[in-house]
Design a protein around this ligand. Structure first.
Ligand code: FAD
Ligand code: PYC
Length: 417
């Protein structure tokens, strides 16, 4: 960044009202045929295209996005990044992602503002604390950093939190992952898009996939609002819209699409420099670099494709946060929004081949896929390029719902489920 965008060039562009800014990625006319089409221009789709080009030398790739890049869950999420999952398969997959996050700004030459400020999961009952200790031990065995904190240690890190015994749900302790944190979500989409585009990937926005072209048992391409586009392989990474795409290929996936919402406050002076989550009071909060409190909780329980949510969830979430941080009761809230999350039965992703040869799905990340973005793209690119799973996503295929080898991560998926 430093060379291409020097201080002088920033001032020059600022004075010119951005008139001569170069587009960060090319928007070419679609070719008739690609080696690989990725459906969905969120972080996962763009990361997949980037790793296909960079690690597998497959550059004749198009990412088709029905709206604008990152306009789905990628730019609607609350950006919590951690890898403290219970089971080996999940912990290793999310830890792979966390390691990629640690070098991502350098790798993409784009500042994704990854900030390792730590993520804290509070315990309020004896059973919560047993679960926390079990998960922290499991994390350590998987090489994932984990610390169990007492209430006084929590107070040292988060002085504003009420850790007294007088509250309705007293805080008994917490797990803490120091390497966890947050990142700038839209920068992640832009960074992957620019890096993929520089490697020759076509990024095509305003191009909705409306059907699948299937010949016998093999994918041949997709129908789109910009005409038919042929491809040898198609990878779908469409989060809440995945079931709709799967139906186009005659496939039914074990997914439910739910609204998940979040909201932010007015900007405050720095007062919270870590991420706090609580399953029991059912809310989580962090402070953005702009000073806003970023707050959220669980899904709306009905199924839906509206990118908004119900007022009672906001009320419940605000009450939960004020329970933990009484001083936040005076803070005014600025904005609220929702996304559509694709929830699977075991709260784990589905990264899979299908019975249609050349057609792949990467979905089911539900309320927790942002943290996985680079890792998910990395293993999905491997799966598409080799027509076989990467060792880290072999356990996450569709077969597990027939064989019963579920990876139950409802506990670690935590507050947002
Ligand atoms: P998306 O970014 O949704 O990308 C899919 C893209 O596919 C979209 O841009 C969509 O327009 C496009 N698309 C769909 N159908 C078609 C079609 N037919 N043709 C072409 N394009 C199509 N995760 C965390 O790890 N930490 C968090 O703190 C966190 N907080 C969240 C808070 C909220 C409010 C929400 C909604 C989600 C949260 N998540 C969080 C989950 C996370 O956002 C998602 O799991 C992740 O961003 C999914 O990324 P994606 O690239 O798969 O999906
Ligand atoms: O997966 O850590 C998470 C998360 C937090 C808020 C939404 N998802």
């Amino acid at each position: 960044m430093a060379n291409r965008y020097s201080l002088w060039s920033l001032i020059k562009h600022g004075l010119k009202h951005h008139e001569s800014w170069q587009p960060a990625w090319q928007s070419p006319t679609p070719r008739n045929k690609y080696d690989v089409i990725i459906v969905g221009g969120g972080g996962h789709g763009l990361a997949t295209a980037y790793y296909l080009a960079r690690e597998h030398g497959i550059t004749n790739v198009a990412v088709l996005e029905k709206g604008y890049l990152g306009g789905g869950n990628t730019a609607r999420n609350t950006t919590i990044i951690r890898s403290n999952y219970l089971w080996d398969e999940a912990a290793q997959l999310y830890e792979h992602a966390l390691k990629l996050w640690e070098g991502l700004s350098q790798d993409l030459n784009f500042n994704v503002m990854f900030s390792q400020r730590g993520v804290m999961n509070l315990g309020h009952t004896l059973q919560d604390m047993r679960d926390i200790e079990r998960r922290a031990n499991a994390n350590l065995l998987n090489g994932v950093d984990a610390v169990v904190l007492s209430p006084s240690e929590i107070r040292d890190i988060v002085p504003l939190m009420d850790v007294s015994s007088k509250t309705r749900y007293p805080v008994m302790g917490a797990s803490f992952q120091p390497r966890g944190g947050v990142a700038r979500h839209d920068a992640v989409a832009w960074g992957f898009a620019r890096a993929a585009s520089e490697l020759g990937v076509h990024i095509i926005e305003q191009c909705e996939v409306t059907g699948m072209l299937i010949d016998g048992d093999r994918i041949k391409g997709v129908k789109t609002t910009r005409g038919d586009i042929l491809a040898d392989k198609v990878g779908c990474v469409a989060a809440g819209n995945t079931s709709t795409l799967a139906k186009m290929a005659g496939i039914r996936l074990p997914l439910e699409s739910h609204p998940l919402q979040a909201f932010v406050s007015e900007s405050l002076k720095p007062c919270l420099d870590t991420v706090v989550m609580s399953n029991a009071v059912h809310g989580y909060v962090s402070q953005s670099d702009k000073g806003e409190l970023v707050i959220g909780a669980g899904i709306d329980s009905y199924l839906g494709y509206g990118q908004r949510g119900s007022p009672h969830i906001i009320e419940h979430t605000a009450a939960a946060i004020i329970e933990l941080f009484p001083s936040f009761s005076r803070v005014r809230m600025n904005r609220q929004w929702g996304g559509i999350v694709d929830v699977s039965p075991d709260a784990c992703p589905i990264i899979t081949k299908t019975r249609v040869k050349g057609l792949f799905f990467n979905c089911g990340w539900g309320t927790g896929g942002f943290k996985a973005t680079p890792g998910s793209g990395n293993v999905f690119a491997h799966t598409i390029a080799n027509d076989a799973p990467h060792r880290l996503n072999a356990a996450f295929s569709l077969d597990r719902f027939a064989s019963g080898h579920l990876i139950d991560e409802h506990g670690a998926a935590a507050v947002a489920h």
